[in-house]
Design a protein around this ligand. Structure first.
Ligand code: CMC
Length: 428
C-alpha cells in the first residue's frame, strides 16, 4: 500500500500520510487537513475516527478478536486473575510472581476509605441508583486524597493515586450494595485477594465468617477480566477526553462512570434483565417481543443484542456464555427468566432480521444473568461493569498522559441560523 492517501478538492490534490498499526490497521492521518485545505472531516459518533494511537487493547470487530497487550482474551480469561490482568493493562507486561505479590499487597494497604466518606453514603436516598452514587463517590475521593489534584505528579506519586483508586473502588462498590439493602458495611480484610475481599465486603456479615464458593470467585474474576478494557469506546474516550484537560484521575474516572451508565453502553446488562422480567410478566411470548424489536414503528430493541464494533460475534460473549452455564449448573440455579433468555437467543439467532444485521448476543446479555445468579440486584450490574473496566480506564488515562496528548477538542459543521437581528422581547 502507498504511504500516502491523496485527497482531491477541486483541482488541487493533497497527500496525507498513512499510519499503519502493529496489527496492520491503516489510518489516514488528517491532523494537518484543516491547515492544508480549510476542510475538516465529519464523522458523527466517531465511527471512522481514530482518536489516538494506543498500545493497550486490540480488537477486530469482523473477526471477533480481543487482545490486551497482545494476549488473547480467551487465554487471559482462562489462565489469569483480575489483578494480574489489571497489572498487565497498567504496566504493559504480565507480572512475575514477585511483582504480583507486591501489587496485591500495595492494593491491600489502601482498601480502607476515609471514614468521613461514610457521610456521603448516609446522605444518598436509600433508593438512589448505584451508578449515580459511584460516580459521585469516586469524584469525592479527590477531596479526601488532594495530592491527586497535582497534574504534575511524579510517576511514583501517580502510581500511588492509581493503586489507591483501584483498591478503594472495590470497597466503595461493596458499600453501595450494603447501603442498598440497609445492612452495615463490612471493612476490607488484607488476608483476602482482591476479588475474594470484594465478595466478602459485599456478601459477608459482621457476625460470622462466610465461606465464599470458589465457583463464585472464579466467575467474578472472569467477568471482571472480560470487562477490563475495550479500547476507545464511549466511556474510555470520555476518560481520555476529560483527562486531556489535565484533570485529576478521580474526576476523569467519575466521568467515565457516568458515560458507562447509559443503556446503550454499560447499562445494557441491567436493561437485559429488566427486559427479560418484562417478557416473563407479559406471559413469556418471545416471538411477540422479537416482532416488536423488528418493528421500526416500535422503539423497543432487544437489549443485549448487537454491538457497535463486533459484527460477527462478541468474543467475550462466547467465554461468558460458558461461564454462565457452569455457574448456573454448579449453583443449582433454576431461574424462569433464564428460560426466556435461552428462547430469545435461539429465536433471534435464527431470524433473518437479526442475522442480516449481524445482531448477536453481546457480553451484557450473559453478564446480567450471571450477576443475578450470584445474588446481585439488577441496579448493581453496571457498577460491577465499572469495577471491571477500572484498570482499563486507568491504563488509558495513564497512556494519554505519558504520550502527552493534547486537550481533546473536536470541531463541528455549523448548521444554525446566520446573522439574525436582535428583536426586543416586547416585539417577539
Ligand atoms: N434490537 C433490534 N434491532 C437492532 C438492535 C437491537 N438490539 N440493534 C441494532 N438494531 C438494528 C437497528 O434498528 C438498525 O436497523 P436498520 O438498519 O433497519 O435501521 C440496525 O440494526 C443497525 O443498528 P445501529 O443502531 O446502526 O447499530 P449500531 O452498531 O450503531 O448500534 C448498539 C449498536 C449496541 C447501540 C445497538 O445494537 C443496540 O442498541 N443494542 C442494544 C443495547 C445493547 O445491548 N448495548 C450493549 C452494547 S455491548 C456493551 C458495551 O460494550 O458497551
Amino acid at each position: 500500500m502507498s504511504e500516502t492517501a491523496t485527497v482531491k478538492l477541486g483541482d488541487k490534490t493533497y497527500d496525507l500520510p498513512i499510519v499503519t498499526g502493529t496489527e496492520n490497521e491503516n489510518a489516514i492521518d488528517i491532523s494537518k487537513l484543516r491547515d492544508l485545505t480549510g476542510f475538516i472531516t465529519l464523522d458523527s459518533g466517531y465511527k471512522n475516527t481514530g482518536a489516538t494511537k494506543s498500545a493497550i487493547t486490540y480488537l477486530d470487530g469482523e473477526q471477533g478478536i480481543l487482545k490486551y497487550r497482545g494476549y488473547s482474551i480467551e487465554e487471559l480469561a482462562e489462565k489469569s486473575s483480575f489483578l494480574e490482568v489489571s497489572y498487565l493493562l497498567l504496566y504493559g507486561n504480565l507480572p512475575t510472581k514477585e511483582q504480583l505479590d507486591n501489587f496485591q499487597s500495595a492494593i491491600s494497604r489502601h482498601t480502607l476509605i476515609h471514614e468521613d466518606m461514610k457521610k456521603f453514603f448516609d446522605g444518598f436516598p436509600s433508593k438512589s441508583h448505584p451508578m449515580g452514587q459511584l460516580s459521585s463517590l469516586v469524584v469525592s475521593l479527590s477531596s479526601f486524597y488532594p495530592e491527586s489534584l497535582n497534574s504534575n505528579q511524579t510517576a511514583e506519586e501517580q502510581n500511588l493515586t492509581i493503586i489507591k483508586l483501584i483498591a478503594k473502588m472495590a470497597t466503595v462498590v461493596s458499600w453501595i450494595y450494603k447501603k442498598s439493602i440497609g445492612h452495615p458495611i463490612i471493612y476490607p480484610q488484607n488476608k483476602y485477594d482482591y476479588v475474594t475481599n470484594f465478595l466478602n465486603m459485599t456478601f459477608g456479615q459482621r457476625t460470622e465468617e462466610i465461606e465464599i464458593d470458589p465457583v463464585v470467585v472464579s466467575a467474578m474474576n472472569t467477568l471482571l477480566i472480560l470487562h477490563a478494557d475495550h479500547e476507545q469506546n464511549c466511556s474510555t474516550s470520555t476518560v481520555r477526553m476529560v483527562g486531556s484537560s489535565d484533570c485529576n484521575l478521580y474526576a476523569s474516572i467519575a466521568a467515565g462512570i457516568s458515560a458507562l451508565w447509559g443503556p446503550l453502553h454499560g447499562g445494557a446488562n441491567q436493561a437485559v434483565i429488566e427486559m427479560l422480567e418484562k417478557i416473563k410478566e407479559d406471559g413469556g411470548d418471545t416471538e411477540k417481543w422479537i416482532n416488536k424489536a423488528k418493528d421500526k414503528n416500535d422503539g423497543f430493541r432487544l437489549m443485549g443484542f448487537g454491538h457497535r464494533v463486533y459484527k460477527n460475534f462478541d468474543p467475550r460473549a462466547k467465554i461468558i456464555k460458558k461461564a454462565c452455564d457452569e455457574v448456573l449448573e454448579k449453583l443449582g440455579i433454576d431461574d424462569p427468566v433464564l428460560e426466556i433468555a435461552k428462547k430469545l437467543e435461539a429465536a433471534a439467532l435464527n431470524d433473518p432480521y437479526f442475522v442480516e444485521r449481524k445482531l448477536y448476543p453481546n457480553v451484557d446479555f450473559y453478564s446480567g444473568i450471571i450477576y443475578r445468579a450470584l445474588g446481585f440486584p439488577t441496579d448493581m450490574f453496571t457498577v460491577l461493569f465499572a469495577l471491571g473496566r477500572l484498570p482499563g480506564w486507568v491504563a488509558q488515562w495513564k497512556e494519554m498522559k505519558e504520550n502527552k496528548e493534547p486537550i481533546g477538542r473536536p470541531r463541528q459543521v455549523y448548521i444554525g441560523e446566520v446573522n439574525r437581528d436582535f428583536v426586543d422581547i416586547s416585539q417577539r
